[in-house]
Each structure stands twice: as C-alpha cells, then as structure tokens.
Design a binder for this molecule. Structure first.
Ligand code: 38G
Length: 276
C-alpha cells in the first residue's frame, strides 16, 4: 500500500515527457532515480480554494488514491507511489507501453472473434475484480483500455483512468452524470442510482452513435440501436446474443462481468457452440 509522501517527487523521480493529458490532468513518463525503473506519473492540480473551479477537489483525489490502493490485479494499472505538495498530487503508476487497445485494433487489417474474445476476457476479469470490491470504474471506454506491451500472441490488457471510479456502499445511493456520451449506460443519462452494472454496457463501436451527443443520448435512453450491416455481417449469432445481453436497459437484468465470462460466446460449452 503506497503511503502518501510529503517529500518533493523530483527528489525520487526524474520527470520526463508528457505521455497524454485529459480531464484527469497530465500523464508523464518518470524515471525512478534509485532503481532506474521507468514509471508513469499522473500530475493532478489541487483546487486552491472552495470557491475555485480550477483543479480537483482533494476528496476526489483521495478517493482515486484509495481505490487504486485497493486494486491489485494483472489487468488493472498498478499504483506505486503517491506524492502530495500544497498544490499538486502525483500518482506514480506502472508505465503502460503498448498504447491504447483502440489504436492496436485500428492498425490491424481485421480482428477475429477469437482475438476479440481474448481481449474481452481480460477486460472482464479486471472489471469483475473491481466489482468484487464494489468499485465501479464509470468511464470504461476504448481509450481507457491499454496494452501493457504489444507482444503477440497474447497482448496484456491494462485498465486505466480511475478518475471517475467510486466505491459503492450498501444502502447508499450514488448518482452521477459523468462519463463519455457514446459509452454511458441509460441509468447514467436518467440520473438514476448507479451500480457496477453501469460498467457492463457496450464500450466498443457504439450502435447508438448519433449525429451529435444529444441524439446519441436519446438513442441510448430510447434503446434505439442497430447493428449496421456493413460492420456486423461477419458477426456470429453467439456474438450478437452476447451484445444484446449487454444492451439491457434495466441494470438489474443486465449481465454481470462474471455472467459475461461464462456466456457461451466467451466460454463455449461444446465445439458446436463455439462454431456458432
Ligand atoms: C492514474 O490515472 C491514469 C493513468 C494513466 C496512465 C497510466 C500509465 C500510462 N502509461 C502510459 C500512459 C499513456 C500513454 C499515452 C497516452 C495516455 C493517455 O493520455 N491516454 C490514455 C486514455 N486517456 C483517455 C485517459 C496514457 N499511461 N497512462 C492515464 C490516465 C489516468 O487517469
């Protein structure tokens, strides 16, 4: 468990290039001075006063640190160190060098269902693990699924960006409108109490995609979607059954991560089922 250090992060790590940035702040490559091991540092600006709109509230940063400290899993980005100064918190996490899964797939001529299942199994194992701890990610989307490295034949999935994640407490309602429009579940749009089920929604090629965010959100709430022929002609019946069991509006009726892992498309019972 990383204890929050009040020392200067640069006493321990050499700060390198910017790897990426977003709502979460900046991610930079860092080099641990003592071990010469490469890590990634997520630099988060803290809000200077209660009235300020700039920077993150301390309690949301503390929540993310607590969540990351409780998640040790092969398919979840690992937390190594936390440094805090007056205006900034730096999370030192494992460096993920394989890039985004989205880009890896985009660079391929095609993706077989077997390859898709391999990726999906790892994502579901990571999500299933966080759900056993009542932690929901609430921002699962292709950009937040990365590859530890691109070694074939078994690329290693890492789930990142727990900036919107929440540990759900029994008997406590949690609602949020945060997330990315084309990937959020209907219960988020309807501002209903949320559960881990909000993570088990489609987060690939969205069949709800509208011409703009407003239309997309309307499609999701109205369950208006279609499997565009030119994308799904080669898709097996079993795969479509799997997707349809995810796109269930009622979160209680939707498959859980563990149920997904035993769905016949992911875990065929017989060779015949596998060829469906
Ligand atoms: C700890 O929280 C985060 C960690 C990371 C993270 C962790 C390790 C790591 N190794 C390499 C990278 C990396 C490399 C290039 C781009 C990015 C990132 O800006 N794009 C990833 C998806 N984005 C939408 C969050 C991240 N990362 N990013 C990204 C977002 C986070 O909220």
């Amino acid at each position: 468990m990383a204890q929050i250090k009040l020392q200067n992060v640069e006493d321990y790590y050499e700060i390198g290039e910017v790897l990426g940035s977003g709502h979460f702040g900046q991610v930079r490559a860092v080099l641990e001075r003592a071990s010469k091991v490469h890590w990634a540092g997520k630099f988060l600006k803290l809000r200077r006063s209660a009235s300020s709109r700039l920077g993150l509230e301390r309690k949301s940063v503390e929540r993310e640190v607590e969540i990351l400290q409780s998640l040790q899993h092969a398919n979840v980005m690992a937390l190594r160190d936390v440094f805090e100064s007056r205006a900034e918190v730096v999370l030192i996490v494992e460096l993920i060098s394989g890039g985004e899964l989205f880009d890896f797939i985009a660079e391929k001529e095609s993706l077989s269902e077997e390859e898709a299942i391999e990726f999906l199994k790892q994502i579901l194992m990571g999500v299933g693990f966080m759900h056993t701890k009542n932690i929901a990610h609430f921002d699962l989307k292709p950009e937040n699924i990365m590859l530890a490295d691109k070694t074939m034949p078994h690329p290693h999935i890492k789930i990142i960006d727990f900036g919107l994640a929440h540990c759900l407490k029994q008997g406590e309602e949690y609602r949020s409108l945060s997330g990315t429009p084309q990937y959020i579940a209907p219960e988020v749009i309807n501002y209903e109490p949320l559960s881990e089920a909000a993570d088990i929604w489609l987060s690939g090629l969205s069949p709800f995609q509208g011409d703009n965010d407003e239309e997309t959100l309307k499609n999701i709430v109205g369950m208006i979607y279609e499997f565009e022929e030119n994308y799904f002609t080669q898709t097996s019946t079993m795969a479509k059954d799997f997707i349809e069991k995810l796109l269930v509006k009622d979160p209680i009726e939707r498959m859980t991560a563990d149920e997904c892992l035993v769905h016949p498309w992911i875990k065929p019972l017989t060779r015949k089922q596998a060829d469906n």
